[in-house]
Design a protein around this ligand. Structure first.
Ligand code: HEM
Length: 448
């Protein structure tokens, strides 16, 4: 990597004349792979618009993606200078605007915040997580098993990671339920402002509760960590974990189910056992990664990558989806090959790759076990996708199956530690957050 002298344009030409390719609109939503193909004609990096009038560089080459991700010195995550130049209602601001969380900080501050998350995660017992995921999967399947049809996206793929989050953080049942309903209503746009108030209040309640009554769970471990995070810092990390942990997980489950139910290469998954599921997860992580384009960084001076000068203070976004399918990288066998970038790379790489994969694998196995004749209710080409420059996310996954009986299952909240005094009134909540922030969270969550 080298810095270009100011005023030297060694790019492929004038951005305006070339025309920036939009990462929005029906064409991108319907077939992002075709758009990435076009972008590759520009080289390892390409000029795009994240939203109308919002220019960015999209890194579409595998090597260039690694180069950027591994160089936080040239590509810092703090986008405040850029954010100050875009209108307040810029539709990508909610996802990209700065928050003091580990995803958007660098250096010592990043290490401090990430350490709190990774060291607390390391204390989680994987056997308990496994048991909890199985119980939750059974509980969710019970809710539609006798109906013979379901939307596996909202009723399963989205719901399950939310329950896992509440379990990991030791949410008392009522707080967990409010969090899950709040988050579900936000995703489904059911009175999202009220839903968001409910979610934020539940997170703040959780923090107040754990300060007062620490227990053996992630939220308490994060608070007792020697880094001594403030309540506000804890709120930001919890919110990051909720957004980073539940939405991509839901998309991994849903995208893999879509593949298993529609692609002839995965036909016979029942006979093939769990190997088919692992293959499908690998395939999705390579070709339809849940986080498609993200990890924005903002060079503080012009920087040259793969022959193009990237201007200071303009977002550089990594296309995991395009980098993974870069023909120059030439992957012949995807199954069992984990060299993809679906989990990111460099200092911000996803800290829970193994656990996240395990959750998806159990969720899918359980579903296929209980409903072996699952069938898509519509042709695969008719499945709706959500409009988002950032996520590769279905908007629905309708299926039919032969109705089956509900099974006995331990309530999914059972393995959660019982928090003494959870039924007592809790400390007053911090001052209510403003409406704009609420709105921001709603859009952040929806990947808009
Ligand atoms: C299928 C599921 C998941 C996928 C595909 C995924 C993907 C990613 C990616 C691509 C990044 C890098 C972002 C960047 O460089 O800007 C990342 C970071 C992160 N992920 Fe995940 N993730 C998943 C699940 C989870 C879960 C379950 C959690 C938490 C329980 C989680 C927590 C995080 C955190 C905290 C970071 C930021 C790390 C840092 O900045 O140092 N992720 N994830």
């Amino acid at each position: 990597m080298n810095s270009a002298p100011a005023g030297t344009d060694i790019g492929t030409g004038c951005p305006v004349a070339e025309g920036r390719v939009p990462l929005y609109g029906p064409e991108f939503t319907a077939n992002p792979a075709r758009v990435y193909e076009r972008l590759r004609e520009q080289g390892q990096t390409a000029l795009v618009e994240l939203a109308p009038g919002v220019p960015a560089t999209l890194v579409v080459g595998y090597d260039a993606a690694l180069e950027v991700l591994r160089d936080p010195g040239e590509f810092p995550r703090d986008g405040r200078r850029w954010a100050a130049t875009v209108p307040e209602d810029c539709p990508v601001l909610p996802v990209m605007s700065y928050r003091p969380n580990c995803l958007m900080t660098d250096g010592a501050e990043h290490a401090r915040l990430r350490g709190v998350i990774t060291e607390s995660l390391a204390r989680v017992d994987p056997n308990k997580v496994r048991a909890h995921v199985e119980a939750t999967a059974d509980m969710l399947i019970n809710q539609f098993a006798q109906r013979g049809s379901a939307d596996l996206l909202t009723e399963y793929a989205v719901a399950l990671p939310l329950w896992v989050f509440t379990f990991l953080h030791g949410c008392p049942r009522d707080v967990g339920e409010r969090m899950v309903t709040g988050m579900r209503d936000i995703v489904d746009m059911r009175d999202p402002e009220r839903a968001n108030e409910q979610l934020t209040a539940a997170l703040l309640e959780l923090i107040a509760l754990k300060r007062r009554e620490p227990a053996q769970d992630m939220a308490s471990w994060m608070m007792e960590h020697p880094a001594q995070l403030t309540d506000e810092e804890i709120l930001h990390q919890l919110f990051l974990m909720l957004g980073a942990g539940t939405e991509p997980e839901a998309n991994l489950i849903a995208n893999a189910l879509r593949l298993l139910l529609s692609d002839y290469r995965f036909a016979g998954y029942v006979a093939g056992g769990s190997m088919r599921i692992e293959d499908a997860l690998d395939e999705v992580l390579w070709t339809d990664p849940p986080v498609a384009n993200l990890s924005a960084s903002y060079p503080v001076r012009d920087v040259v990558v793969a022959g193009r000068r990237l201007p200071a203070d303009q977002p550089v976004v990594i296309s995991y989806a395009a980098a993974n399918t870069d023909p120059g990288f030439g992957v012949e066998h995807r199954s069992g090959n984990r060299a993809h970038l679906a989990w990111g790379a460099g200092p911000h790489a996803c800290p829970v790759q193994g656990q996240a994969r395990m959750v998806a694998s159990i969720a899918i196995e359980k579903l296929l076990d209980r409903l072996p004749d699952l069938t898509l209710a519509v042709p695969v080409e008719d499945l709706p996708w959500r409009e988002s420059p950032f996520l590769r996310a279905l908007a629905g996954l309708p299926v039919t199956f032969t109705p089956v009986r509900a099974v006995e299952t331990a309530p999914p909240t059972a393995p959660m530690p019982v928090v003494p005094g959870a039924d007592r009134p809790i400390a007053p909540l911090p001052a209510a957050t403003g409406k704009r922030w609420m709105h921001t969270i709603i859009r952040w969550w929806r990947g808009q």
